[in-house]
Design a protein. Structure first.
Length: 122
């Protein structure tokens, strides 16, 4: 592989590519509307929030049910989550760093989970 060349993306990685806008968000069972409108940009195997200068890596686990996603920033334990696509909607549920991967797409009081629905930016 040539220096600087990205490996070809396959599977769900191709669906993640591009900009996604948060349309609904809840944390530990409570709505968090202040995150609505936030933009996540997936490029290759990295993701960036809004206009933040840095990005972090993510890894998909398409062979699990529900499908898994890990966000790895290199400084803390990875953020473990699950995801699903429904048309142009992406739903992601993540646990706080160091917690077990969620098993379902919901949150409850003090469970350390965040649930987001995102829609593809036009």
């Amino acid at each position: 592989m040539a220096r600087g060349a990205e490996p070809e993306l396959a599977g769900d990685y191709t669906q993640f590519q591009g900009r996604w806008i948060v349309s609904q968000c809840e944390r530990e069972g409570a709505a968090t509307p202040q995150l609505n409108g936030s933009i996540f940009t997936y490029e290759g195997k990295t993701v960036r929030l809004g206009t933040e200068p840095g990005s972090e890596n993510y890894a998909l686990h398409e062979d699990t049910s529900p499908k898994g996603i890990d966000y790895v920033d290199g400084h803390t334990p990875p953020v473990l989550g699950i995801y699903k696509f429904e048309g142009e909607t992406l739903t992601i549920c993540t646990a706080d760093p160091g917690r077990e991967r969620p098993k379902a797409f919901h949150t409850a009081e003090k469970d350390g989970m965040t649930l987001m629905q995102l829609r593809r930016a036009k």
